[in-house]
Design a protein around this ligand. Sequence first.
Ligand code: SF4
Ligand SMILES: [Zn+2]
Ligand SMILES: [Zn+2]
Length: 310
Amino acid sequence: MRCKKCPHKAVINLPRHHIAFCQSCFTEFVHTQVARGIKSQRMFGPQDRILVAVSGGKDSLALWNILLKLGYRADALYIDLGIGDYSAQSRQKVETFADKAREAYGANLHIHTVDPDEGAGIRELANVLHRPTCSTCGTVKRYQFNRVAVEQNYDVMATGHNLDDEAARLLGNVLRWQTEYLDKQAPTLPASFEGFAKKVKPLYRLTEREMAAYAVINRIDYIVEECPMAKGAKMLVYKEVLNRLEAESPGTKQAFYWGFLEKQASNKHTTETMATHDRAVLHPCLTCGQPTSGEICSYCKMMARAKTPA
Ligand code: SF4
Ligand SMILES: [Zn+2]
Ligand SMILES: [Zn+2]
């Protein structure tokens, strides 16, 4: 099989596009898809400072790599969740990549460690709070990413969610008709309130398989294992279902998610209403100053509960 763009041997075929590429043309294809997403969704410009949320997995490290290669000013933030070997290994992958990024592009890595104040690790904290680990983790991650982005004056926060992640999330939201979440599922979420960072997902046009191939071809050393807490998560089931549909009919995931985005764009009203609504009800948390709809934000409430003796 030959590359569609040059005489070299193809290393990957993309059934959804009826196309096959060699290593360098595939890398170019991925960069073009990301650049197209950034432009069409008005994510950021060349002068903006970007904070990439990195986990040590393929998507987030590849995203950091792509943004630097495209010439953007991108730093990263890693949150050490204190989950045994998984956190130790993922932190090491992130630090190794960050050393190279610093040397080649002058990029910086910020690290937040879930410290004794938050519990010994995310699992211990969740146990103290009698809450599921992943929802505790979500609150900590959202809070810390926003805090670093705002305190360090980043213009935008980028995450490595890919097409599979977004299509699976959409399927979950549609199956339960969670319209309040549907309204907020977009590749670009504006900073709706002073103190909230703008959030973007530049990999929304690329599948999980394509990102894994990109990481391997570009020699990005990432942690292959999923977080041990992800086992049994609904998202994995939705992804499996979508993969079966995709195998039967290539392009299904893309048609599902991109079709949703087109409908959302034609209903501009949604995002405008959302931004106005957020602006109207949010104000600074009395404890930490981050925006919240109550007097105390959910992170500060959680921490106060963790410190209260049972
Ligand atoms: S699987 Fe759960 S605990 Fe692990 S990183 Fe994801 S949200 Fe956090
Ligand atoms: Zn080629
Ligand atoms: Zn707070």
